[in-house]
Design a protein around this ligand. Structure first.
Ligand code: AMP
Ligand code: ZN
Length: 508
């Protein structure tokens, strides 16, 4: 097997991937904060990691994939760590329990993940379900001298930590640079240093989500949940930690500091970060208000007004957005995402989606043609080489655009063989079928639409029958009927071509 290389944010290099345990991989990805619907930008990140997960499984690893759900502690200003809890605020505004808010959006999130064909993670832990673990970790950090308690709050002492550790190891930023670019905030006078962040916060009387702790009634900070849950399920040091690039400077930087502060060793061997989905070049984000929701874009996503995941606006939308001429299948949106490498930005537009739809259809039509290709005695093309190129693309930091280029080369070959301009023997046709199944279905997670395997087979059988009967008609010199069959097939979108080696057909 060719070796896998992954770009590691820690070293800013592509590195040979070597898991801690030879055959097992532990992977943690920061999941959504469920105070509203996930948008297409969030979907891009989760889809990128889904493809990595699928590829690791495909090449034979046993993977424990942990993707959390943030249901407490993510405040409105996540960089400064101030403001109201995002879920608490929605609960207050909608007069619901915080967990009702989370439940509602969790339904929608899982529905979207399943429509876009992301495999469920092995474990999906919630922050509120791991309060004791977060308290315990905070206690250890205090014991090790890297955190202090002040008036019911516990803060991580960044400057003290930075004396013996590289706080900016992930972002590549120096402490001075970070200090100079961080504002001093009112109401945070109890912090020793301006970069200090909360591990535990005292709950004001009106704060809904609250738990007892050694420091009084309060709630955990946002960053500690991922350190505590990744450690619980994957160990003190594990293989891969992922998330969007926007998480590097604060959330992930603080995760590293917490784990080192708690256990003395770096938590993660390979940090992997995905780039942003943009709209007119600007990051798609809920706070900027430029988000697209899957329900505004996807075909087949019909949320009834009383569906647990429906918000009043969703019930009206149903695959329609004024900026988009039509709805797209989740498959096409998934295909659109993998046309760009995960570490590059990807701009969302009508034209881009239209192009993706054409590309997706072309690839899938070649899949149908492949199913009915007639083998020859010998092959005039080297399929093994293309298979190797597919693996080489994925082994080069999960390069999906290069993989797609190779799959389109397969599509070109399939069409030329179908047109009798090249030949393939049975073994090579089988190898192409394996490449398509392995990469299109298993690794990229694309689904064959409308035509399920069974209906493809049935259509092939019917077409073989029609072609046989037409041959009989022709043998009886009834050319008028033979032409009528061809014309009527043409009207229903099926083109048949008579050649020296028989008749073949394609769907227009
Ligand atoms: P959040 O629910 O905002 O915490 O985000 C969940 C995940 O989605 C994080 O890994 C973010 O980095 C990622 N994310 C947020 N916005 C975008 C975007 N526009 N493009 C790609 N990923 C994003
Ligand atoms: Zn996280």
């Amino acid at each position: 097997m060719q070796p896998l290389y992954i770009h590691n944010t820690l070293t800013r290099k592509k590195e040979l991937f070597k898991p801690i345990n030879e055959s097992h991989v532990g992977m943690y990805v920061c999941g959504p904060t469920l105070y509203s619907d996930v948008h297409i930008g969030n979907c891009r990140t989760f889809t990128s990691f889904d493809i990595m997960y699928r590829y690791l499984l495909h090449i034979g690893y046993k993977v424990r994939y942990v993707r959390n759900i943030t249901d407490v502690g993510h405040l409105e200003d996540e960089v400064a760590g101030v403001g109201e809890d995002r879920i608490g605020k929605q609960a207050r505004l909608k007069q619901l329990e915080p967990m009702e808010i989370v439940q509602r959006y969790a339904f929608g999130f899982r529905e979207v993940m399943s429509l876009i064909n992301n495999l469920p993670p092995s474990i999906e832990p919630t922050a509120s379900g791991h309060i004791p673990e977060q308290i315990e970790m905070t206690q250890k950090i205090i014991e090790h001298g890297f955190a202090y308690e002040k008036d019911g709050n516990v803060y991580f002492d960044v400057e003290k930590f930075a004396k013996s550790n590289n706080y900016g190891v992930l972002s590549g930023r120096s402490l001075d640079d970070q200090l100079n670019n961080t504002r001093e905030l009112d109401g945070q006078e109890e912090k020793k240093g301006r970069l200090d962040f909360a591990l535990w916060k005292k709950a004001k009387p009106e704060h809904i989500m609250r738990w007892n702790s050694p420091w009084g009634v309060g709630f955990p900070g946002w960053h500690i949940e991922c350190s505590a849950m990744s450690q619980k399920y994957l160990g003190e040091t594990f293989d891969i930690h992922g998330g969007g690039m926007d998480l590097i400077p604060t959330h992930h930087t603080n995760e590293v500091a917490q784990s080192v502060g708690c256990c003395g060793n770096a938590p993660v061997n390979y940090w992997v970060h995905t780039n942003m989905l943009t709209l007119n070049g600007q990051k798609m984000s809920r706070s900027l208000g430029n988000v697209f929701l899957p329900v505004e874009l996807f075909t087949g996503m019909k949320l009834a007004a009383d569906s647990p995941s429906a918000t009043p606006s969703q019930a009206k939308l149903d695959g329609k957005h004024p900026l988009f001429e039509k709805a797209y299948s989740p498959n096409v949106v998934r295909f659109f995402m993998m046309q760009t490498h995960y570490a590059s930005t990807l701009d969302f537009s009508n034209e881009a989606l239209q192009g993706s739809e054409k590309g997706f259809n072309r690839l899938m039509e070649s899949y149908n043609t492949l199913d009915k290709l007639t083998p020859s005695a010998t092959s005039s093309v080297d399929i093994k080489k293309i298979q190797e190129a597919c693996y080489a693309a994925m082994n080069d930091d999960f390069n999906t655009p290069i993989l797609l280029a190779n799959l389109f080369e397969c599509a070109r070959i399939i069409n030329t063989v179908n047109d009798k301009k090249e030949t393939l023997n049975v073994a090579d046709i089988d190898l192409l079928k394996k490449i398509y199944k392995d990469f299109i279905i298993d690794v990229l997670g694309l689904k064959r639409e409308e035509q399920s395997g069974k209906s493809v087979e049935a259509l092939n059988n019917v077409m073989n029958l029609v072609i046989d009967l037409r041959k009989k008609v022709k043998d009886n010199k009834d050319y008028a009927t033979a032409d009528e069959i061809r014309n009527r097939l043409q009207e229903s979108g099926i083109q048949i071509k008579d050649g020296k080696e028989g008749t073949n057909w394609t769907i227009n």
